[in-house]
Design a protein around this ligand. Structure first.
Ligand SMILES: [Zn+2]
Length: 535
């Protein structure tokens, strides 16, 4: 009998909250950090690096008390400064005081940096590593050492780079992490250097920390695993300074779904947790107030989107024909785009996805396709606006109730001097709505005409108000299109409900307020349909 080979454990280390916090425009609060850390904990990430206690008030507060995570909550900091004793270094003391399960030290491993940046000797650098690891171990912490510039250092002086790593390992560090700090190392170099390192330090004590400066941080991380490393450090959505860190959101599904890795390794992220990955990725973007990258591998909106008609008909027969993995595995979804060159099969597939049952020979499908083509010719973009497409389809099939009518609206923009003599612009919208036999008038001020109109429109919808209470606008995009002699404006609005579900609607008109109004109306009506509001 052939015994199945036991799978090796591969560990994941997230540094979104430390290295990822170096991203331009990212500024986490303690509440942000706690929310993201719990999300990573639930996902099954082995280590979550929370920050650098002692270096800033946020991180000092974060590590000020025990947070009770299941993950190994890790504090980051420097080894003791050259020329000081471990017991007489305030930075190290703050790190040792932190309420953390593990401490990740960073130390130089490139002789050039030791000389030029630290202005000390190689021997003093090694002593600093040894004493810092010893001090943290004595405090009962699990210890990791990030070897800064390891790959560049190894190329310049392999003996010294290895000596730094070995010093930490010999002193009892659980992990020695090889950092490609400048991010310029290529996968074949990473693989051959890691192969040399694991001859000296066992691979199940070696980690990789890759930066994305040649767009290969993910490839470099996988190359290191191939060569024997057993810990991968990275961030959610590849956050990080310059071009970012290795993207765990791409690495995790690759490890779980690609046989080369899935058959050899176990990771802490379970099959069911993997199904939340797309949600995790979007939730982080939402916290950072960024529009998600539609083209992100595995989790992006377009990752499983198909446009050409011929592909669409094959996908309907068997999705595997044009998909490298099933989108549901990572909580994403298949999307067949409806566009100018789309065939009937695209429309059918899209109807099926949004849950509209219709016979494939139903003549109304041909009519829907005609309408889509006509409207796309004048500027509508249904492939970007799935919710508007769904409404159009439901209307063509006679399935959208007439919930309410907007009988009139008025938007007023006024620029004048205020009481202090300052120039101000004031915007106000008034909307008249009829719901059944009730007539309502709502007014709202906004920071612009579209904002005012949106607020007035959603202020009072009578009996439908409760269905739209959790609705909010998350993105608003405008494009001027030149169709023939006349320029028209296309507005795309992204909305979100209380469950975090997002949809996009579209409006087109020569008038930007009018185009915005159409997209706003579609968004509200879509929400009513989705919530099953009675007619
Ligand atoms: Zn880094």
């Amino acid at each position: 009998m052939v015994k199945a080979m036991a799978r090796e454990r591969l560990y994941l280390f997230d540094t979104t909250l430390r290295d990822g916090a170096q991203t331009n425009g990212v500024d986490f609060t303690v509440a942000d950090k706690l929310a993201i850390a719990s999300m990573l904990d639930e996902l099954g990430i082995d280590y979550v690096e929370g920050g650098y206690p002692g270096a800033n008030p946020t991180d000092t507060e974060l590590f000020g008390k025990d947070r009770g995570f299941g993950t190994t909550f890790t504090a980051f900091g420097m080894t003791r400064r050259p020329g000081r004793s471990a017991s007489n270094d305030p930075g190290l003391a703050a790190l040792l005081e932190a309420k953390a399960d593990a401490i990740c030290f960073v130390a130089k491993s490139w002789d050039y940096h030791v000389k030029v940046a630290l202005e000390t000797t190689e021997e003093e650098n090694l002593a600093s590593i040894r004493e810092s690891v010893r001090a943290a171990k004595a405090k009962g912490r699990e210890v990791l050492l990030d070897c800064e510039h390891f790959f560049d250092g190894y190329k310049a002086n392999p003996k010294f780079a290895l000596a730094c790593a070995k010093a930490a390992y010999d002193e009892g560090a659980r992990w020695v992490v090889l950092c490609d700090t400048n991010g310029g190392t290529l996968p074949d170099e990473v693989e051959s250097i890691v192969r040399e390192v694991v001859k000296v330090i066992p691979g199940d004590h070696v980690g990789i920390h890759a930066h994305n400066d040649t767009e290969q941080a993910v490839a470099n991380s996988l190359a290191a695993v191939r060569a024997g490393a057993r810990q991968i450090q990275g961030t959610l959505n590849g956050l990080g300074e310059r071009c970012g860190n290795a993207n765990l959101v791409s690495i995790i599904p690759t490890l779980r779904l690609k046989p080369e890795f899935a058959e050899r390794f176990d990771i802490g992220v379970s099959e069911s947790a993997l199904k939340k990955l797309a949600h995790v990725s979007r939730t982080l973007d939402e916290r950072l107030n960024r529009a998600p990258n539609r083209h992100a591998p595995y989790v992006g909106d377009s990752a499983f989107a198909t446009k050409a008609g011929i592909h669409a008909s094959a996908i309907m027969k068997d999705p595997a024909t044009y998909e490298h993995v099933a989108p549901e595995m990572i909580g994403n979804r298949r999307k067949v785009l409806v566009s100018e060159q789309a065939g009937k099969s695209n429309v059918l597939a899209e109807l099926e996805r949004v849950g509209i049952k219709v016979d494939k020979d139903d003549p109304r499908i041909g009519r829907l396709l005609e309408v889509v083509k006509e409207r796309e010719a004048i500027g509508y973009a249904y492939e970007a606006a799935d919710a508007s497409f769904e409404l159009l389809a439901r209307r063509t099939l006679g399935k959208v109730p007439n919930y309410f009518d907007v009988t009139q609206f008025d938007v007023n923009v006024e620029q004048r001097n205020n009481a202090k003599g300052q120039r101000v612009t004031v915007t106000m919208a008034v909307v008249k709505v009829r719901v059944g036999d009730d007539n309502m008038i709502s007014a709202a001020e906004g920071n612009g005409p579209v904002n005012a109109l949106d607020l007035a429109l959603r202020k009072d919808l009578g009996k439908y108000q409760k269905y739209i209470a959790g609705l909010k606008l998350t993105d608003y995009r405008v494009r001027i299109l030149n169709s023939g002699t006349e320029a028209v404006t296309r507005v795309l609005i992204e909305s979100e409900d209380e469950q975090g579900e997002r949809w996009t609607t579209v409006g087109v008109s020569p008038n930007i307020i009018d185009a915005s109004f159409q997209a706003l109306m579609d968004s509200i009506i879509f929400k009513l349909v989705k919530s099953g509001a009675p007619a």
